[in-house]
Design a protein around this ligand. Structure first.
Ligand code: MRU
Length: 352
């Protein structure tokens, strides 16, 4: 299994796969500062909701390590630095709640230590310990999502997925792809249609890369081909990940997911969402409150170095969209599978 993010204890650095280079090159790079981590998250070197949560946790730790070299006690300056570092890292990408959630966790870990000692090293160590826990919990969540979702994938199923919600997007075997990996390991035959996922091609570059490496039958299609494949009876189910799920079950995921959901809805094909409970945001009543990241027009107009939109023409590039809960057949988490109506099921799965 590919490991897109890990902690290199000897180097005192975070090791990531630079996903912007895939599928041409599998290159691991070391991240040793907060700024490097923020840049890696912003440029999608590390991406996918759970993975950017883990990255953010390490990024906040690295930021405090840098800032604390001049501080010997957890005084007012240290408190201000903690707040600045955490706010900086948490705001690099706004949509996936895992980022802010994980940064808040490492911040609370530091604050717990600061309430009993003024030893800055102890507070910063607690941040690293918490980041490592978040990473390990995510690895385990992916396994459980795989097990909980496996029964939804019949032997011989033809599964359509969008973007990349696999190993490359998490600290484990992925979310949407985890049940597929589990069924494959059980000897079931699964065929995957991978939407290429404009504009950054996470489906073509990443999902196809990791599934083909794992020996799973995968075929890439352009995003616009999904509906006609469904009409032709070539898709049994759709499974996607999520960047944020609201309390009512509305699902925010990579742009294009909503279109896919509409097509699946028309054709009576179930759309499943797989995510850890860290992706569920009970503070938001519905999906229309989820902030949608707007990204550079260059990603659409000059993607991968080739101009495909005339210079001067306007481009609209939201990175995510929201699929209404009524179009979702089930939400698969590490704590179980929620079915409609979601309000109740989500609250009991994701509540404290
Ligand atoms: O912009 P990205 O590549 O970070 O978007 C990723 C997605 O939309 C994934 O589907 C989502 O984060 C779930 S990953 C397990």
């Amino acid at each position: 299994m590919l490991v897109p993010i890990g902690w290199d204890r000897e180097a005192g650095a975070v090791r990531i796969i630079d996903q912007t280079l895939l599928p041409c090159e599998l290159r691991y790079v070391h991240i040793t500062s907060m700024n490097q981590m923020c840049e890696a998250i912003a440029r999608l070197k590390v991406r996918g909701a759970p993975a950017i949560g883990v990255a953010g946790a390490f990024g906040a730790y690295l930021g405090m390590k840098e800032r604390a070299s001049s501080a010997t006690s957890c005084d007012g300056d240290f408190v201000v630095a903690l707040s600045e570092v955490c706010d900086t890292v948490a705001s690099v990408r706004p949509t996936a709640v895992n980022l802010a959630w994980a940064v808040a966790r490492v911040r609370r870990a530091a604050e717990r230590v600061m309430s009993v000692t003024s030893d800055t090293a102890a507070a910063i160590d607690a941040m690293l310990t918490e980041a490592l826990s978040i990473m390990e919990e995510d690895r385990r969540s992916c396994e459980l999502i795989g097990i909980n979702g496996a029964s939804l994938i019949p032997d011989g199923a033809r599964v359509l997925t969008h973007c990349n919600a696999g190993a490359l997007a998490t600290a484990g075997m992925g979310t949407a792809l985890a049940p597929i990996y589990v069924r494959h390991s059980q000897g079931a035959k699964v065929k995957v249609w991978a939407d290429e996922t404009r504009p950054l091609l996470q489906g073509a570059r990443l999902t196809a890369f990791e599934l083909s490496q794992a020996g799973i039958d995968v075929t890439v299609i352009c995003d616009g081909m999904a509906a006609s494949l469904m009409a032709a009876g070539e898709v049994d189910l759709v499974i996607v990940g999520a960047d944020r799920v609201a309390a009512n079950g509305d699902v925010c995921n990579k742009i294009g997911t909503y279109g896919l959901a509409c097509a699946a809805w028309v054709h009576g094909i179930p759309l499943y969402v797989a995510c850890p409970t860290s992706t569920i945001d009970l503070s938001l009543a519905s999906g229309d409150q989820i902030p949608i990241e707007q990204r550079s027009s260059d990603e659409v107009a000059i993607g991968f170095g080739c101009r495909t939109v005339p210079e001067g023409v306007a481009v609209y590039n939201p990175a995510f969209d929201v699929t209404p809960a009524r179009m979702v057949a089930a939400i698969i988490t590490e704590r179980g599978v929620a079915r409609p109506p979601f309000q109740q099921g989500i609250a009991s799965i994701a509540g404290a």
